[in-house]
Design a binder for this molecule. Sequence first.
Ligand code: NAD
Length: 351
Amino acid sequence: MTKRLLVTGSNGLIGSEVCVYFSKLGFEVHGLDNNQRAVFFGPQGDTRWNQQRLQQAIPAYIHHELDMRDRAGVDSLVKGLRPDLVVHTAAQPSHDRAAAIPFDDFDTNAVGTLNLLEACRHSCPEAPFIHMSTNKVYGDAPNRIPLEEQAKRWDYADAHREHGIPETFTIDQSLHSLFGASKVAADVLVQEYGRYFGMRTCCLRGGCLTGPNHSGVELHGFLSYLVKCNLEEKPYTVYGYKGKQVRDNIHSEDVAGFMHQFYLQPRSGEVYNLGGGKQNSCSILEAFEMVEGFSGKKQRYAYVDQNRMGDHICYYSDLRKMRSHFPGWALNHSLPQITEQIVTAWQKRLK
Ligand SMILES: NC(=O)c1ccc[n+]([C@@H]2O[C@H](COP(=O)([O-])OP(=O)(O)OC[C@H]3O[C@@H](n4cnc5c(N)ncnc54)[C@H](O)[C@@H]3O)[C@@H](O)[C@H]2O)c1
C-alpha cells in the first residue's frame, strides 16, 4: 500500500526537500502551505516559486492551501488524509521578526503545532510525528560557555565541549526572544504528546538548516542571504561579535535523510540536536571567504557593533545522540559543497 505523507510548510526550505525526498521513496505527498513567509518577510520571502518547482518535480504532488492557525481546517485535513507520516516544518522562523508580530508568531509556532498534534492524536495516532524545532530553545545559555577567540572565529575553550551542544543543555532561565519562547512551547508540547499520549514524536532542534532552495532574507537563512548579497554586490550587515560568530550548517537533504531514519525506527518524545556539527561549522568571516572562492566576487559588508539580541556567539550541535540512535544516518554534504550549491542556485534565480 502506498504510504501517505503530510508535510506542513511544504513551500519552505525543509518542507520542500522533505516532499521531494519521500516522493522518491514512493510516498503519496501532501503539502500544506499558505505562503505565509511572504507575509512575514515581504516579497523577498515569497515561496510560490518553490511550490511551482515542487509541482513540476512531483507530478502527483497534492497541495493544500491552509493556515496552520485554522484549527478546524487542520483537523479536517488530517481526518481526511490519515497520513502514515507527519513532518511539521511550517513556522514563523525568525528570532528578530517575532518581536514585531508576537501574536502571529505564537499562534503559528505554538498554537499551530498544538492544532496539528491534536488532529493527529485523533486521526492518526500511530503515525510518526516529526517536528522541526530549533537551537533557539536553548536561549542565549550557550553564550555562558567559556570561549576562545581565534583569528577568524570563536570556539569553545572548554575541552569537554569539543563535540558541541548536547540535548541535555538547559532550555531554562535564559534570553530566548519571543521566537525562542514560542518554539519552546511547541517543542515541549511535541515531547508531551510522545510521553503522555505515547505518540511517536520527535523534535529536531536545528542549527542552521540550509541548501539551494532557501528563500534567504536578512532576518532568516544566513548563508543563503549572504550568498545573495555577494552575487548582487550588496553589503551584508554583520551584527557584533567581530563577525566571528559560529554556526553549524546542514544541507536540507541531510535533514530529510534523518527524518527517513526516524520514520523507519520511530521513538516516543525524543529530542535531537540536528546540525552540521563542528565539521560543518563556520564563522561569518569564514563564510565570506568560502563564498568569494565560489563566486569570484569580493564580499562587501558593513559592521554594526551591537549584536542581535540573544544571538549565539558560538553554536554547533553535538551529533552523537543522533548517530548512536540512528547509525544508518550520515552527513552527506560538506560545507564547501553546500556553499557551492547555494551559489549556483542563486546565480540561476537572479538571472
Ligand atoms: N532554516 C533554518 O536555519 C532553521 C534553523 C532551525 C530551525 N528551523 C526550523 O525549521 C522549520 C523550517 O524552516 P525553514 O527554513 O524551512 O523555513 P521556511 O520559512 O523556509 O519554511 C516555512 C514554511 O512554512 C510556511 N508557513 C509559515 N506559517 C504558516 C502558517 N501559519 N500556515 C501555513 N504555512 C505556514 C511558510 O510559508 C514557509 O513556506 C521551522 O520550524 C524553523 O523554525 C529552521
